[in-house]
Design a protein around this ligand. Structure first.
Ligand code: PRP
Length: 175
């Protein structure tokens, strides 16, 4: 059966929302030690755009490599750190940037992990949230869009490691 890729949230809509989030974050973190933590790989595109939408001369950006082990397409919540942050975060204001929160297991694990490092604060910014698949409730302090339970690709999100470079957030439809 043939498949076609259909845009769900187009590039202009994403850009407008990212600008709003960036403005809000800049206001909320004025005068503080903001560190964006980009959770690889999915959030590399979102983080790149969000970082440029946050007006700040002191913000740092860190990258965290994670690998989730699970039953096929869904995460088990057991997250292996494949690349840790380059510096300690004690006393800093951490904003974890995720492309998508699905079951919530990954972000719950990361919140537990980072809390042990004694940051001044820790919050979550996610571009997408799929409430239908929630297995653990996690606070989402900044959210781009709530979406239905559909498999989405593009803007950093992959389908078998491909399609991360699509400009829009898209769905795969069978024809
Ligand atoms: C995705 C996404 C989150 C996680 C969310 O990563 O980037 O880290 O899944 O799912 P959860 O809420 O059910 O835990 P993925 O494992 O697809 O890896 P990738 O970012 O490298 O594509």
């Amino acid at each position: 059966m043939a498949e076609r890729i259909v845009s769900l949230i187009d590039a202009d809509t994403i850009a407008a929302r990212v600008r709003e989030l960036g403005k809000q974050i800049a206001e909320d973190y004025k005068g503080r030690n903001l560190v964006l933590v980009c959770v690889l790989k999915g959030s590399f595109v979102f983080t790149a755009d969000l970082a440029r939408a946050i007006e700040s001369s002191t913000m740092r950006i860190e990258f965290l490599g994670v690998r989730s082990y699970g039953e096929g397409t869904s995460t088990s919540g057991v997250v292996q750190i494949t690349q840790d942050l380059s510096r300690p975060i004690e006393g800093e204001d951490i904003l974890i940037v995720e492309d998508i929160i699905d079951t919530g297991l990954t972000i719950a694990h990361l919140l537990d992990l980072f809390r042990t490092r004694k940051p001044a604060s820790i919050k979550v910014c996610a571009l997408l949230h799929k409430p239908a698949r929630t297995r653990i409730e996690v606070p989402i302090d900044y959210l781009g869009f709530t979406i239905e339970d559909r498999f989405v690709i593009g803007y950093g999100l992959d389908w078998g490691e491909k399609y991360r470079n699509l400009e829009s957030i898209s769905v795969v439809e069978s024809q």
